[in-house]
Design a binder for this molecule. Structure first.
Ligand code: T46
Length: 132
């Protein structure tokens, strides 16, 4: 499965740490949208869908959560718990976000604007499309 963990360069000194994210440099696409989620909690699962075109990088900028990725052949669980690590998720990979720690802030950089038509929210339909 061609997801990637991206280790971002940090700029740290006694004042703290800074991470810079740039399109087509340490983020492998043009960033067209940024969104984030907070006030999550461990009992909720988010995601449960696939994107037909969208590429994204997910960063737990505070706290931790587990990302489950499934390309129809294999399933991987990735723990995100560092603000200097991003998870690149390509198109046609089913994703679920779960086990949010209280206070987790998950930021997502996306390669395109929001478009509900890009989503497949039914797992069997996803398998049908990737099988084509
Ligand atoms: C994804 C995972 C990682 C908008 O109006 N604009 C937006 O840009 C987004 C992302 C969502 N919304 C609305 C649509 C829904 O009414 O916000 C509501 C919650 O969205 P959703 O249930 O799709 O959220 P998640 O956390 O299940 O999934 C999100 C992204 O939608 C999705 O692209 O890959 O995070």
């Amino acid at each position: 499965m061609n997801y990637k963990l991206l280790n971002f360069q940090t700029h740290g000194d006694e004042r703290g740490t800074l991470v810079s994210l740039e399109s087509n440099k340490n983020i492998p696409f043009d960033i067209k949208r940024i969104y984030y989620m907070y006030d999550t909690s461990p009992e909720w699962v988010r995601g449960k869908h696939v994107h037909r075109k969208l590429q994204q990088v997910l960063i737990a900028i505070d706290g931790a959560c587990t990302i489950v990725l499934d390309d129809g052949k294999a399933r991987h669980e990735i723990l995100l718990n560092r603000p200097d690590v991003g998870l690149y998720v390509p198109a046609y990979v089913w994703r679920e976000m779960r086990d949010f720690s209280y206070g987790c802030k998950l930021m997502v950089l996306a390669s395109d604007v929001y478009d509900e038509k890009d989503y497949i929210r039914d797992y069997d339909k996803f398998l049908e499309e990737v099988g084509k």
